[in-house]
Ligand binder design. Sequence first.
Ligand SMILES: Cc1ncc(COP(=O)(O)O)c(C=O)c1O
Length: 480
Amino acid sequence: MDKQSSPIFQAMQQYSADGALAFHTPGHKQGLGAYSLLKDLITTEGLRCEVSLMEELDDLHTPQTCIKEAQSLAAELWHSDEVFFMINGTTSAVQAMIMSSLEPNDLVLVPRNAHRCVMSGLILSGARPVYLSPAFDSEFEITLNLTVESVEEAIEQYPQAKALIIVSPNYYGVAADLTKIADLLHEHGMLLLVDEAHGAHLHFSNRLPVSAIDAGADMSAQSTHKLLGSLTQTSMLMVKSKLIDVERVRRTVSLLQSTSPNYLLLASLDIARLQMQQNGTELIERAINLSQNLRQAIQNIDGLKTFDSVNGFNLDLTKVSVNVNELGLTGAEAEKILRHKYKIQCELSDLNNLLFLVTYADTDTEIDKLISALKKLTSHKTSNYIKKINNSSFLIHNSSLKLTPREAFYAKTSTVKLDDSINEICAEEVTFYPPGVPILYPGEVITEEIVNYIKTNKKINSHLIGAADTSLNTIKIIRN
Ligand SMILES: Cc1ncc(COP(=O)(O)O)c(C=O)c1O
């Protein structure tokens, strides 16, 4: 295998150069019929290569040639045994990870702040989650990650659990100690499944938290598109484990993927691998250096706060969180000012913070512009800000799961007033940002304490996601 090649891209070019007259899909016929806007968008060359299902192009579902080679090259680079290219994002990679390793009613440990794709994987698999509470930082009001101790306790309490699904690093870059956690789980015959959507770059620097596969995880789902150079929607599912049946993973991946995969997406995954193969370490080290320069500058701006370490957790330094509360602004207000006045778009904002991603694509120029805008942000200081109370200790509450996510998904539901919902089983997810940790998942019992918490958050206009009624005057419950 030639590590400096890009097998999928080359196969696409070969087919295009052969000049075969197209009597096949896609309907635009290699750009022949493409509308001018599409040509402008994808380019004539791109459209000429945008074909699928030709013998030269291999088959995503039973890869033998260029896709097999590209996946093997990725496996070698990321030190994995197997890599599956995913064209429906990390969502389908996480779904495949769960479906291929768990069976209906298998008990699985899941942090309460898992991404919604974990919930969809639980619905598809029928596995029974036990929700664990991640640690929380009350200064920045952000969720951290699962501590080794909390995993240890959960293993003791639920020795019959088959696996832990963990999100590491999380959106803010806070990583769990995966090496210790992997050892602990394996000692008890349990699997470590990692939603590593935010960690495709970790492998390339030892200044970053160790990547899941390097830490001993059985499987990892990485969004290559989030922090490396492939097109949006492309991810990799990695397997390195004696406990996993790779053939079952292959079947599951096939079940969840299109039979007409887009080769621009597939080629972009392979090209992102090539880019990292050639310059990965240099590019990621540069991103870390830039993010550290950014942090230093932020620490010198009056009214802004940031951090480069989190008590007891490893931090992905390329994620830069900035607390804006001393300016009297919420994160959301600061985001709007930066976007519309200074043409800077952050990755996300919450009640208190802005999150900036520094990637391999950035240089001093972009970081200098960001620093300059952040300095100007301080001129928007206001005295109107009212500190909103967020009773984060509530998150430690013990979930009382009555139905699995799958059972709740297929159950008949009805809608009742929030006050009438006490002791009913919730049929939807209710999450307030911050802290972004769901307070109700489908299948959990709604308690009086939960209803009171919801009311407090409604009063302070916390941002709500998940619920069908965005005012939460009503809530969906399971009908008997
Ligand atoms: C932690 C986490 N997992 C999974 C996903 C889903 O990834 P994708 O958007 O590639 O489907 C996301 C997306 O933001 C995420 O933040």
